[in-house]
Write a protein that binds this ligand. Structure first.
Ligand SMILES: [Fe+2]
Length: 228
């Protein structure tokens, strides 16, 4: 099996970037994350790559998106687990600790010598289109394109995943939320593209259920790889 080659049909697979990069081997920093965040990161990568392709990204730019989407939350290793996994309302200090994680992610990746575009994309993945996000309150097109894509993929996966403090939303409800918040939370053009994309073809191959056991996820990856 040659991981560097793929058929045109497989190029459409959201796992294309995964096949070519084998992230756990290439980015051992992933193993520092807890299991749920690691699985979330993998799903976000698959979804972000699909949005990126639909938005016209290709080649090295798509690879940059894939890397940034996979590693966007590595900064959570610096947030105490008790805060990260806390159910219920966070106090201001805890909220501030969580909201530092994109900065921590950027610092970790910068110190590891990652491409500045990856570092920037990761730093800004919690900015909002209306400027009310964090850490820098950027708005509109001042938010890097890759960050706007990751924000969509991240929110969709978060909404459709169970959390200690709430149940997962159904896919159509999550798409409704994305549609509703186009222009305030999300880049309106990307949000419309994402909803249309999903209507046209579900995100097959991405195990969206966060409770999918790790072995099933790895099986899914293997199936896609063996198809090469
Ligand atoms: Fe995040």
């Amino acid at each position: 099996m040659n991981l560097q080659t793929s058929t045109p049909e497989l190029d459409q697979s959201p796992w294309g970037a995964w096949r070519q990069s084998d992230p756990f081997r290439r980015y051992p920093v992933m193993w520092l994350l807890d299991g749920n965040t690691r699985l979330h990161s993998i799903r976000v990568m698959g979804i972000a790559v699909r949005i990126g392709r639909a938005a016209g990204l290709e080649g090295p730019r798509l690879e940059t998106l894939s890397t940034a989407a996979l590693l966007h939350d590595v900064g959570k290793v610096k947030v105490p687990e008790g805060v990260l996994l806390k159910g219920g309302v966070l106090n201001d200090h805890e909220k501030a600790m969580i909201q530092r994680h994109p900065v921590h992610s950027a610092e970790i990746l910068s110190s590891e010598g990652f491409d500045p575009e990856v570092v920037e994309a990761v730093r800004h993945h919690h900015e909002r289109f209306d400027g009310r996000g964090y850490p820098d309150g950027l708005s509109g097109n001042r938010i890097p394109l890759l960050s706007r894509i990751i924000a969509l993929a991240d929110s969709f996966d978060a909404m459709t995943s169970h959390r200690p403090y709430r149940r997962a939303m159904g896919v159509s409800q999550a798409l409704g939320e994305i549609w509703h918040h186009r222009g305030d939370q999300f880049d309106p053009m990307l949000a419309e593209l994402f909803v249309a994309l999903f209507d046209e073809r579900p995100l097959e191959g991405i195990p969206c259920d966060p409770h999918v056991p790790h072995r099933d996820l790895m099986h899914s990856v293997r199936v896609h790889r063996e198809a090469c």
